[in-house]
Design a protein around this ligand. Structure first.
Ligand code: ATP
Ligand code: MG
Length: 377
C-alpha cells in the first residue's frame, strides 16, 4: 500500500486525480492484505510515464502503465470506459474519460467498483460496501447487459463466490442462467485462468454449485466433468490438484481437458501426478523419481499424505549428479568404451543408492558394481 500511496501523491502533486481501485479496495475493507494494488488516474499514459523514472508499457492501448517503484510494479490505469462489445468479449473501443465514477461504472461487480484515496476515504457510488458486508456479488448496472458486454464476467462472479464465500445476488444469478451460452465466445485462456482461481479458492464447492446451477459448465470444454462431488476436495495453492481431482473422479485422462491449453510443464506435471496417484504407497524411489510439485498434485486424490518436503530432504541423493561415481568411473573400472550399457548401470547404482541398499561412497559403489557387473557378464 505504501508504494501506491507514494505514486498517488506524486500524481496529485502534478495536478491529477488518483485513487486505489478494484480488488485492493475490496480486500482492504475485508481486512485482507491485497496481493497487488491498482491505481486509477486522470493522467494519460504519456503523462504517467513522464512522472516516473521507470515504467513498462504493459497495456498501454488500454491505458495501463506499470510503474516500477520501491522494488515492485504498480499498475496505473487512466480513467476509461469501454464500449461496443459486439462479440461479447472485447470492447470495440476503449475511451479515456475524466471522471472516476465513469471508470468505476465499467467494472464488473459492486464490491470491485470502489475507489480509495490515499487518506483511506472510500468512494462507493454503487453500494459496494453494503454488498461486501452482506456477502453479495452483484453486477454494476444491468446484469444482463454487463454479461452480454463481456461474458467472462459470469465466470468471474462464480469465481468470486468461492474465493470470498459470497452469494451471487438473485438478479445477477438469473442473468448468468439466461446468458450462460455466451461463455463460448470467450478466449479459452481467460476461462482457464478463472477456473484455476476457483480451484485454489477457499470454497471451490460454492463456485462449482453455482456453475452447475447456472449450467455455465455445459458451454465449457469437457463441461460435464465439473458435475461431481467437490466436498472432499481440499484446495491448496496448486490449481493442477483440482484438475487432477476432476480427472480422477470422472475416470478420464488428460486428453479430455486438453482444450484448456495447459503449458507443457503443467501437462507433464499433471500426467506424472496421475501416475503417482495410482501407486499403492510411495517408496523412497517414488519420492526421488517424482518432483515435489508432482507429488503435491497427486495428494489431491492419493492416500499418501506424508510431508513430501521432509521425505525428499531425507533421501540419500536428490539427483543423479549427487552420485559419487559417473560414467567415466565405470569405463575406467571395466576398460569398456562408452555405450548404452553405461546408462543402464548408472541407473542400477542410482536405484540402489536411493533405496539405501548401497551407500553413496565411491569405494563401496566400486565393489558393488564390479561384483554385480561380473555376475551379469
Ligand atoms: P484478485 O484479487 O483475484 O486479483 P481483482 O478484483 O483484483 O481480484 P482482477 O482480475 O485483478 O480482479 O481485476 C482488477 C479489477 O478490474 C477488478 O476488481 C474489477 O474492478 C476490474 N475488472 C477486471 N476484469 C473485469 C471484467 N472482465 N469486467 C469488468 N471489470 C473487470
Ligand atoms: Mg487483481
Amino acid at each position: 500500500m505504501k508504494n501506491a500511496k507514494v505514486i498517488i501523491a506524486r500524481l496529485k502533486a502534478a495536478g491529477f486525480e488518483a485513487y486505489m481501485v478494484g480488488g485492493a479496495v475490496r480486500d482492504y475493507l475485508r481486512g485482507v492484505t491485497p496481493h497487488d494494488i491498482d491505481v486509477a488516474t486522470s493522467a494519460t499514459p504519456q503523462q504517467v510515464k513522464a512522472l516516473f523514472e521507470r515504467t513498462v508499457d504493459t497495456g498501454i492501448e488500454h491505458g495501463t502503465v506499470l510503474v516500477l517503484f520501491g522494488g515492485a510494479g504498480t499498475e496505473v490505469t487512466t480513467f476509461r470506459t469501454e464500449s461496443g462489445y459486439s462479440d461479447n468479449r472485447r470492447p470495440d473501443k476503449v475511451e479515456f474519460v475524466n471522471s472516476l465514477e465513469e471508470d468505476l461504472r465499467r467494472r464488473d461487480f459492486t464490491i470491485n467498483a470502489m475507489a480509495m484515496t490515499e487518506a483511506m476515504e472510500i468512494i462507493d457510488p454503487f453500494g459496494g460496501k453494503t454488498d461486501l458486508n452482506s456477502g453479495l456479488i452483484r453486477a454494476v448496472g444491468q446484469a444482463e447487459e454487463r454479461f452480454s458486454e463481456d461474458a467472462l464476467r459470469m465466470l468471474r462472479a462464480i469465481r468470486f463466490s468461492g474465493q470470498l464465500e459470497f452469494r451471487i445476488d438473485t438478479e445477477t444469478l438469473q442473468a448468468i442462467k439466461q446468458h450462460a451460452a455466451l461463455i463460448r465466445s470467450v478466449a479459452i485462456e481467460r476461462i482457464k485462468a478463472e477456473l484455476d482461481k476457483v480451484l485454489v479458492s477457499r470454497a471451490p464447492g460454492i463456485s462449482m454449485d453455482y456453475m452447475l446451477e447456472t449450467e455455465l459448465n455445459v458451454y465449457l470444454p469437457a463441461g460435464g466433468l465439473f458435475a461431481l462431488d467437490w466436498s472432499r476436495y481440499a484446495p491448496g495453492d496448486e490449481p493442477l490438484a483440482g484438475w487432477l481431482y476432476l480427472l480422477h473422479h470422472n475416470d478420464k485422462t488428460f486428453e479430455e481437458i486438453r482444450p484448456y491449453r495447459f503449458s507443457n510443464q503443467d501437462k507433464q506435471d499433471l500426467q506424472r501426478a496421475v501416475d503417482a496417484s495410482r501407486l499403492e504407497a510411495w517408496t523412497d524411489w517414488d519420492y526421488y523419481h517424482y518432483t515435489e510439485r508432482q507429488l503435491k498434485i497427486a495428494q489431491a486424490v492419493s492416500h499418501q499424505q506424508e510431508a513430501i518436503t521432509e521425505r525428499q530432504a531425507a533421501l540419500p541423493i536428490r539427483t543423479k549428479s549427487d552420485l559419487t561415481v559417473g560414467g567415466n568411473d565405470l569405463m575406467e573400472w571395466t576398460g569398456k568404451k562408452a555405450g548404452p550399457w553405461l546408462k543402464q548401470w548408472i541407473f542400477q547404482i542410482e536405484q540402489a543408492v536411493v533405496v539405501r541398499r548401497l551407500a553413496n561412497d565411491k569405494e563401496r559403489i566400486k565393489d558393488w558394481f564390479l561384483n554385480e557387473y561380473h555376475r551379469h557378464t
